[in-house]
Design a protein around this ligand. Structure first.
Ligand SMILES: C[S@@+](CC[C@H](N)C(=O)[O-])C[C@H]1O[C@@H](n2cnc3c(N)ncnc32)[C@H](O)[C@@H]1O
Length: 259
């Protein structure tokens, strides 16, 4: 059985309508909803799945947030990558334990969290962010979810296009507006066979990135868009939800041939 929920941890409270609240647990603390307050002391020391009641008697279930739940609720500086795209990026960029991965920009740190988990303790993730406020926000979000910055993760404040000291890098993963500006750096640091992956919201950006990758020693270039349609499953009403996230971004991957 997992450990009981502790003071300082993030807890996810879910009400009967599926509304989710992310709370940092503090002894004596209270979480206020429009249904009244919930005492943190009713959660601290209890196991996930505990049911708590607000002062007006409304029940909420408590869990530790999953990575996807945390990402959708964590404080944001930059717009985060949605879990549906994070999942695709991890598989299409073939992120795995022990790899050296270069990321930019860190933004709010959503993708950083997922990449960090995948490279594991034996791997290295170096993530660049050009804006000091976003760099600090991402650091706080990683610490909030993982408890600390893992030794395998380096959050660097700086412009990735200015170059990096690393060599023999296995993967570059980019979520920034002009990924083609990173191609010269990618050519210097990637090992032959390494994967370049970029995430951009518009087709014009995809077009420019693909054209420039083609002329720069990359092959197996592919672009996809992931559409996820949630379903409503209740009694006899089994149908797609009325709403879905129609568009987020395009994922482009390419293999480096070596220079
Ligand atoms: C959309 S956000 C990234 C969001 C992030 N993937 C997440 O899931 O939280 C894009 C970020 O790239 C940063 N950025 C843009 N150009 C950069 C560069 N050349 N080097 C490092 N960071 C850069 C921006 O400041 C911004 O924070």
């Amino acid at each position: 059985m997992s450990a009981p929920l502790e003071s300082g941890e993030r807890a996810l409270l879910i009400d009967r309508k599926g509304r989710r609240y992310l709370v940092t647990l503090r002894p004596g603390g209270e979480f206020h909803t429009h249904h009244g307050a919930v005492a943190h002391d009713a959660i601290i020391g209890f196991h996930e799945g505990v049911r708590v009641y607000s002062t007006s008697g409304v029940p909420l279930i408590v869990f530790r947030p999953s990575l996807a739940e945390f990402v959708l609720k964590m404080p944001r500086g930059a717009q985060v990558i949605y879990p549906k795209d994070i999942g695709l990026i991890l598989v299409l960029a073939d992120i795995g334990p022990g790899q050296t991965v270069l990321e930019a920009g860190t933004g709010s740190g959503a993708l950083t969290l997922a990449l960090s988990r995948m490279v594991g303790e034996r791997g290295r993730l170096i993530s660049y962010e050009i804006r000091e406020d976003f760099h600090a926000r991402a650091r706080a979000n990683v610490e909030a979810f993982l408890g600390k910055i893992p030794p395998s993760l380096e959050l660097r404040l700086g412009d990735l296009t200015a170059g990096v000291p690393e060599r023999d890098v296995d993967r570059i993963v980019l979520d920034l507006p002009e990924p083609w500006t990173v191609i010269p750096v990618a050519r210097e640091v990637l090992r032959p066979g390494a994967i370049f992956c970029s995430y951009v919201p518009t087709v014009l950006q995809v077009h420019q990135a693909v054209e420039e990758l083609r002329g720069a020693g990359f092959t197996e270039i592919a672009t996809i868009e992931g559409l996820v349609r949630p379903w409503h499953v209740e009694g006899q009403s089994v149908r797609p939800d009325h709403r879905m996230v129609a568009h987020t971004g395009f994922i482009t991957t390419a293999r480096f041939l070596g220079v």
